[in-house]
Design a protein around this ligand. Structure first.
Ligand SMILES: NC(=O)c1ccc[n+]([C@@H]2O[C@H](COP(=O)([O-])OP(=O)(O)OC[C@H]3O[C@@H](n4cnc5c(N)ncnc54)[C@H](OP(=O)(O)O)[C@@H]3O)[C@@H](O)[C@H]2O)c1
Length: 339
């Protein structure tokens, strides 16, 4: 019998809340690399909120995962067979290998990692797509100015924690929103936020808005949008004129069959306060990735940017860890250790 690999495929499309029944763990024959390809044994794979969107049919900025297809994911691992002189067995790389024990990819689509410079898991979080998203969204669309106030939710996650730390370093007052007292304590003690509010402790948007007003006495200049929902509704009345809103994500709505947007009220605030609202998807901005690494990798190495990782064990536990992350069960960047 040929050598086998394991992968998790999309078994069915969720309606509303996703569940473990939407995934299936399968064995498959281990592929061999062709000319210009590498076969990679995945050590860690990334779990990210965007994957929930890929489980839905229909048009978005990226095509959906088809039923029976391997779920999409970035991973880091070791080259075990190579069809190219550019990479040798034993090299570590980052690539889109899916929810799988092994991945086959063209050499042009993987990035070589140096495990001596930074732990390979950082390529999935603080120095990877989420950290880069935070850096780009904050600078390009938030345009932070010393003395201003910034609010960000999912404050202890890889995007939110990076946004908060960079904004603090730029001299802003930074107020986080996170799920639970422990995460709020982490935001303040570990990531240096000035304050953090537990969104679960407020029954509705007006109650959270009142608490935000108390923590943001000069109003809010930048709302780095990660979640939508109740937090967005609570932030808008507190926005200052000419505020900026980088629209990075809206996870509170990813599991809903309907979005529940209160669009007219939201748009009125945007109009009457002359707010700049920028949606962006980080895949369109990778020309700036080297600039991000040059600036942020030394800060991570020096401990001036802190990061947390939440590591689930084994491919079979990926669906459970993913579903938990979508509800706030993760603390820090959610990854899965495969070997
Ligand atoms: N535009 C882009 O290119 C791009 C790239 C990367 C990420 N994103 C987006 O950025 C956001 C953060 O991503 P991440 O990777 O850093 O995720 P993350 O923080 O590791 O995980 C998601 C977090 O969202 C919070 N959350 C879930 N449901 C919520 C709700 N109803 N209300 C408030 N918070 C809720 C939970 O944190 P709490 O327990 O603290 O509430 C959960 O831990 C996501 O919306 C993601 O889709 C966008």
């Amino acid at each position: 019998m040929s050598e086998q690999m394991q992968r998790i495929v999309l078994a069915s499309r969720p309606e509303g809340q996703a569940s473990e029944q939407n995934f299936r763990l399968e064995d498959a024959p281990l592929p061999q690399p062709g000319d210009g390809e590498v076969l990679v044994k995945v050590h860690y794979m990334s779990l990210d909120p965007y994957m929930r969107g890929r489980m839905n049919a229909g048009k978005s900025y990226a095509p959906p995962v088809e039923i029976g297809e391997t779920m999409t994911a970035a991973g880091v691992g070791e080259v075990v067979a190579s069809g190219s002189d550019d990479l040798q067995p034993g090299d570590f790389v980052l690539g889109m290998f899916g929810w799988a024990s092994h991945g086959l990819a063209p050499v042009s689509e993987v990035r070589k990692l140096d495990p001596q410079k930074a732990p390979i898991t950082t390529a999935l979080g603080v120095l990877g797509m989420p950290g880069f998203t935070a850096w780009h969204g904050l600078h390009a669309y938030g345009r932070p100015q010393k003395g201003e106030t910034l609010v960000v939710a999912a404050a202890t996650g890889p995007v939110g924690s990076m946004v908060g730390q960079l904004a603090k370093q730029a001299g802003l007052r930074v107020v986080g929103v996170a799920g639970g007292a422990e995460k709020c304590k982490l935001a303040v003690d570990t990531f240096g936020f000035d304050a953090c509010l537990d969104h679960r402790a407020y029954a509705d948007a007006p109650a959270l808005a009142e608490a935000l007003a108390a923590e943001c006495p000069d109003g809010i200049d930048i709302y780095y949008e990660n979640v939508g929902g109740k937090v967005l509704e609570a932030v808008l009345p507190n926005m200052n004129n000419f505020g900026r809103i980088p629209v990075c994500g809206m996870i509170a709505w990813y599991n809903s069959a309907e979005t529940g947007l209160t669009a007219p009220a939201i748009w009125r605030d945007i109009l009457t306060k002359f707010l700049s609202v920028n949606g962006f998807i980080i895949f369109n901005h990778y020309d700036r990735y080297p600039e991000f690494l040059t600036e942020v990798a030394p800060l991570v190495a020096a401990g001036e940017i802190k990061y947390l990782e939440d590591v689930a064990e084994g491919l079979a536990n990926a669906p459970k860890a993913f579903l938990s992350m979508m509800q706030g069960g993760n603390t820090g960047k959610q990854i899965v250790k495969l070997v």
